[in-house]
Design a protein around this ligand. Structure first.
Ligand code: F0G
Length: 475
């Protein structure tokens, strides 16, 4: 192991007692925290980690401690995940694998606010993480657990970002890494990252949901560790985004948090994070958590709408025991092209607890929202822009009010999918059409905020003339 690796691996002080618990209320089985298990071995339900929390009295000092750590040079304090280690399930001496993830900025976004119908809007940009997406906040924890368990190989199914993140953290930890991806459906940039970080890039014929099925079968092999968000350790890392965001808001709880939804790990994690802060007495109410999907890949939005129709007043009283998958999910926001989300129960539970909504937006709405976020000087991937498109709808339907405090969580960086951006601005963005499994509608996107390049003569006058014309166009 190189010196560099050793320097970035640090040890935790402090000791957290914790278990893995089945979230199915009728089961509730618990398992040891170092048991290599991904779903409940009794009922097959999803697991979550339950830490033995500090008392409410002791929790009061956590805020100050966390704030002080932001200025420290200790590698664990510099990580925006391990800074919150009192609420993570690791003992002193754990070999932490970190790339200094987290520390994601919170921006004011006035143009996006006006577009959405709000007086102000803040964007939490997780695309600033080391591999360009929010996955890093969970992967630092999952790969640390993989090292502790002595795994040889870490694997994941992915639409691209989980793969890039796992590949990077596995490289830091000196673990073999295999990523299973649907062939031809991952952006060039994301695939390039996984290749460069040395992962085995295994492309299958099929979609993300097929890849997810295969990796779950692979876990029968004890040398293999699964790093998808079905693994509750991923969620533990990602929940710290809730802590960092609250700290950036000076502990004033926003009225609404809006996130994209794909496999539903992110929304599950944020819900867990806010719920833990509430239990600790660090906040006195939950922000409403809203999840936005793309219309062509919206199984949870569909389920939510069915629940609302069946029981308009009290959706929380009858929790559904299954979700109907979307068999051929379709969206240009490839990161969230998922028809059978593995963490739907935890996500839905969190949305209902907070009084939020699950909704779906069109390809056109996603594309235009993305361009508007760009005009605020903030670059995100298409899936992230579902948030601002969703906010516009929620404001129009008066679920969010004009003056409410709202944070949209952007999950990936613009450079993850530059082809999409280029097609949008050049007027050539369209869903694929055809007759096979990946068939789309051929729907053409008409960018309301197109900004294509212009060919100009190589002269000062031609350039000044173009600038002048544009100024007049804007006035
Ligand atoms: N945004 C981006 C940029 C993503 O990469 C993903 C998921 C999501 C949103 C949705 O988050 O799954 O937690 O609900 N990407 C996964 C992947 C599926 O393989 O990279 P989620």
């Amino acid at each position: 192991m190189s010196e560099h690796h050793t320097a970035d691996r640090a040890s935790l002080a402090g000791l957290q007692a914790a278990v893995q618990r089945c979230v199915v209320t009728a089961c509730g089985s618990t398992f040891g925290i170092r048991e290599r298990i991904y779903v409940c071995s009794h009922c097959g339900g999803p697991l979550e980690i339950q830490c033995d929390f500090p008392s409410r009295a002791a929790a009061g000092s956590l805020r100050k401690q966390w704030e002080a750590r932001a200025a420290s040079s200790d590698p664990l304090d510099r990580s925006g995940v391990w800074r919150y280690r009192e609420l993570l399930p690791f003992n002193a001496g754990a070999p932490i694998v970190t790339l200094f993830e987290g520390n994601a900025p919170l921006y004011e976004a006035p143009r996006s606010a006006a577009y959405g119908g709000l007086s102000s809007l803040r964007l939490k940009h997780l695309g600033s993480n080391p591999t360009g997406s929010f996955k890093d906040t969970g992967m630092t924890v999952a790969v640390t657990q993989a090292s502790l368990l002595g795994a040889q190989t870490v694997v994941c199914a992915s639409t691209g970002n989980t793969a890039a993140s796992l590949a990077a953290y596995a490289a830091r930890a000196d673990l073999q890494c295999a990523i299973i991806v649907p062939r031809g459906q991952i952006t060039t940039a994301k695939l390039a990252q996984s290749m460069d970080y040395g992962a085995a890039v295994l492309e299958i014929e099929g979609n993300f949901d097929d890849a997810m099925r295969i990796v779950q079968q692979l876990t029968a092999d004890p040398s293999i560790y699964l790093a998808n968000s079905i693994n509750p350790f991923r969620i533990e890392g990602q929940k710290t985004v809730a802590f960092e965001l609250l700290q950036q808001c000076a502990w004033r709880v926003p009225d609404h948090i809006v996130v994209p939804g794909g496999n539903m790990g992110n929304s599950s994690a944020l819900a867990k994070g806010y719920y833990e802060l509430l239990r600790l007495g660090l906040i006195d109410r939950l922000p409403k958590l809203h999840v936005v999907q793309a219309e062509g890949a919206a199984p949870l939005a569909r389920l939510f709408a069915e629940m609302a129709r069946a029981q308009p007043r009290d959706t929380a009283s009858s929790f559904p025991d299954r979700i109907t998958p979307v068999e051929h999910p379709q969206t240009l926001a490839t990161a969230i092209k998922i028809g059978a989300p593995v963490s739907w129960q935890k996500s839905l539970r969190g949305v209902l607890q907070s009084g939020g909504q699950v909704l779906a937006v069109s390809e056109q709405e996603i594309a235009d929202a993305k361009a508007i976020i760009g005009r605020d000087g903030i670059g995100c991937e298409p899936s992230s822009a579902t948030t601002v498109a969703g906010i516009r709808r929620l404001v129009a339907s008066k679920i969010i009010r004009h003056d409410d405090s709202v944070v949209a969580v952007l999950t990936g960086h613009l450079l993850k999918d530059p082809d999409y951006v280029s097609h949008y601005h050049r007027g050539t963005l369209a869903l694929p059409s055809g007759g096979d499994d990946r068939a789309g509608t051929g729907e053409q996107i008409h960018g309301a905020f197109r900004n294509p390049p212009e060919r100009v003569a190589a002269s000062k006058d031609a350039i000044l003339e173009s600038l002048d014309r544009r100024r007049r166009g804007n006035s």
